[in-house]
Design a protein around this ligand. Structure first.
Ligand code: SDX
Length: 431
């Protein structure tokens, strides 16, 4: 924690309380209220955590006004353009960009852990074929704690390291196998002679009769999608992983909790919901109807892939994703893709509408990602599993940071209670 010289004064019932202020390396100061309840017998109130810092961290910084995203200080557009996913994984996990030797060793450790225990295949066959792949991922990742007992003791730094590598390495296999199971095709084993993104594409689209060799541009686009989703500060699913980890639960159970939270359409499920929305709109001439619905307070419809709790400017990831969409669709010869045309026109119309500009609602990471994944051949049900695969390194990095923090204690919020005060039980004959 940074040293504290500034303080805030809070007056409650005429009594002043001095609260320490901590200053970050960049971003807003924070008021330390940890002793407030003991001193003033009051709680603070912040449903949805719109003004609450839940922890301190050195991993990722977001400036919502500038539309800036830094991973260990490096801007996301530079990482997306010059780095690659496993190097970004190293950066998030260990804090610095690796030397060539460090990167080779890390990639080798990940590559040699991509296989799943053969018996874990039984978990997939226990699901209905039409099960959503996110349901399968929650189940299979949670079940990893029943197979990898030698990396569940979180007090052992070595076991924490092994669990981290296993999760990063095995998520593509789990996601690909969930997909293969859902379409009734045989599961494809990972290979050690492919890079991370190519391996995933191969496991998804190879069949026994014909191996799939993705165009390097597609592998690069897939890798860039992984990088753009790698980490994002204290979002809902990362906060879920931190809260689950604070009880001492094993890393596989905590990541399974993060996957479950990410599934929601307000969070990682928005990429699937966005493409389904774009398809429902269908043609640019129907956009005004949907813009009006999004603005109508009495209509629960929202523009999926638009808006963000933190970004009040363009999501920098959406900009990179939009460029990648143009590149991939041109390569695949679908650059006149009607869904992309609707997306671009919807973005243009929305950003010219005062409702969106005044509320600072811009496209987020989910607005264009689905168009790329759809063009690659993924069904919409695989969009959020790919987000979960990518975000695993962020969850793990934040988990390791928290577990390694001596201040770490179980997360236990309080409440504003509005229910009944104590009253006596009434026998049923007297009700
Ligand atoms: C992700 O946190 C992260 O970092 C998440 C993420 C990550 O990498 O981990 O970035 C990934 O989850 C991106 C967001 C994906 N979700 C969507 O695209 C779903 C659509 N977006 C919204 O549901 C919404 O914008 C949220 C959930 C993303 C943010 O909601 P907030 O911050 O709670 O904002 P809000 O709901 O209070 O909205 C503020 C105002 C409201 O109007 P008023 O009540 O003030 O009149 O803006 C309106 C909202 O009605 N609004 C929208 C809108 N989003 C907000 N109106 C129409 N369409 C939208 N998409």
């Amino acid at each position: 924690m940074s040293d504290t010289t500034k303080t805030a004064t809070l007056t409650v019932d005429g009594k002043d309380y001095e609260l320490p202020i901590h200053s970050p390396t960049t971003g807003p100061d924070v008021i330390d209220i940890r002793k407030l309840y003991a001193q003033a017998d009051v709680f603070t109130y912040d449903p949805g955590f719109t003004s609450t810092a839940s922890c301190d961290s050195t991993i990722t910084f977001i400036d919502g006004d500038k539309g800036e995203l830094l991973h260990r200080g490096y801007p996301i557009d530079q990482l997306a353009g010059k780095s690659h996913y496993l190097e970004v994984c190293y950066l998030l996990l260990y804090g610095e960009l690796p030397t060539a030797e460090e990167l080779e060793d890390f990639e080798q450790r990940v590559t040699t852990h991509t296989m799943l225990h053969e018996q874990m295949k039984n978990f997939f066959s226990g699901f209905r074929r039409d099960a959503h792949p996110m349901a399968i991922m929650v189940g299979v990742v949670g079940a990893m704690s029943a197979f990898y007992h030698d990396s569940t003791d979180i007090s052992d730094p070595w076991q924490r390291e092994v669990a981290s590598i296993r999760l990063i390495a095995k998520m593509p296999t789990i996601a690909a196998w969930a997909y293969k199971y859902s379409i009734g095709q045989p599961m494809v084993y990972p290979r050690n002679d492919c890079n991370y993104a190519t391996n995933f594409l191969r496991m998804c689209f190879s069949v026994p009769a014909e191996d799939y060799h993705p165009d390097p541009i597609l592998s690069r686009a897939m890798d860039r999608i992984f990088t753009l989703h790698a980490d994002h500060e204290q979002n809902a699913s990362t906060s879920t992983v931190r809260l689950a980890s604070s009880s001492g639960a094993n890393p596989f159970a905590c990541i399974a909790a993060g996957i479950a939270c990410l599934w929601g359409p307000a969070h990682g499920g928005a990429n699937q919901a966005c493409l389904e929305m774009l398809r429902e709109i269908g043609t640019p001439n129907r956009i005004p109807e949907y813009i009006e619905r999004a603005k109508d307070k009495n209509d629960p419809f929202r523009l999926m892939g638009f808006g963000h709790r933190v970004y009040k400017n363009f999501d920098p990831r959406a900009k990179v994703m939009k460029e990648s969409a143009d590149e991939v669709l041109e390569l695949l010869g679908v650059d006149n893709n009607p869904t992309l045309q609707v997306a671009k026109e919807l973005e243009r119309v929305a950003l010219e509408d005062p409702y969106f500009s005044e509320k600072k609602l811009y496209p987020n990471v989910d607005f264009y990602s689905g168009i790329i994944l759809d063009a690659m051949g993924f069904p919409t049900s695989m969009f959020t599993p790919i987000f979960a695969l990518s975000r695993t390194v962020g969850w793990i990095s934040q988990w390791k940071e928290m577990i390694g923090d001596p201040q770490n204690k179980i997360g236990r919020p309080r409440q504003l209670y509005l229910g009944e005060t104590a009253r006596d039980y009434i026998d049923i004959e007297n009700r």
